[in-house]
Ligand binder design. Sequence first.
Ligand code: ZN
Ligand code: ZN
Length: 280
Amino acid sequence: MKDENLIEIYQIRDNLWAVDEIRKTTMYIYEGQEKVLLLDTGFGLVDLHALVHRLCPGKEIVVVNSHGHGDHNSGNSQFEKVYVGRFDEPTSHSHMTPEQKERMLASFFRGNPRTESFDPSRWNPGPAPMVMPLRDGDVIDLGGIRLEVLETPGHSLGSICLFDRDNGYLFTGDLMLTWQVWGQLTCSTTLKDYGMTLDRLAALEPQVTEVFPAHGRQDNPHRWPIYHLPPRVLSVYAEGTRRILEGKETGVPFHDGPEGLVVYFDIGGMVYDPARLGVE
Ligand SMILES: [Zn+2]
Ligand SMILES: [Zn+2]
């Protein structure tokens, strides 16, 4: 398997890299003085140990999942131990069913020029033998870099953000993107709870210098690099979601995924289930 067709590496800082896998999902590698963080394991199409060790030789790898979805945790089987938000921990032990695997192949692999020479029968997504739950206030200490765990339920119940308060870096997983996020899933919270998470993140905005999302597209309307969202995305999402909850905005039917209504914001947008607003 030729790894170079499957991933693209963007060096963001001396010790921070975004790794785009098949132009569909973004992982991060963040090197401290003692340990190195691998945030998400993507589809697991490449040897992630080799990749991290090539960039950060000799460092212990700490693997964290932003949440328990297959486009972010399928490479977990390459590692002994993975950390995940405690409410996504229960599903993080399961193997993909053949149906789930087929759905992933259909939505991410087929017709993707990046996976043309990739043989799906060699794809072995799976869980790590040990899944450790993270909770609000936990700190991942890499040596000189402290990442605070924020429990941020919304897109999934167990979604977490990692916040490097000293540098202002906020890693947000799938909570906000340059296009509409999926808050309509059966594993999503009510929109009210998603909104409470977004309010909490918006309150951090003055301390945030960079937002690093778990998906990015080269062709986004703002021409931002795939790993970048400006801090104001935090209040854009919080305000946009509040307007839906207050009935000031009504979505239109969403057709690009599981059923829901969608409202587009100045940056991105929100897909939600109108039966699961969580407000009376
Ligand atoms: Zn997701
Ligand atoms: Zn995702």
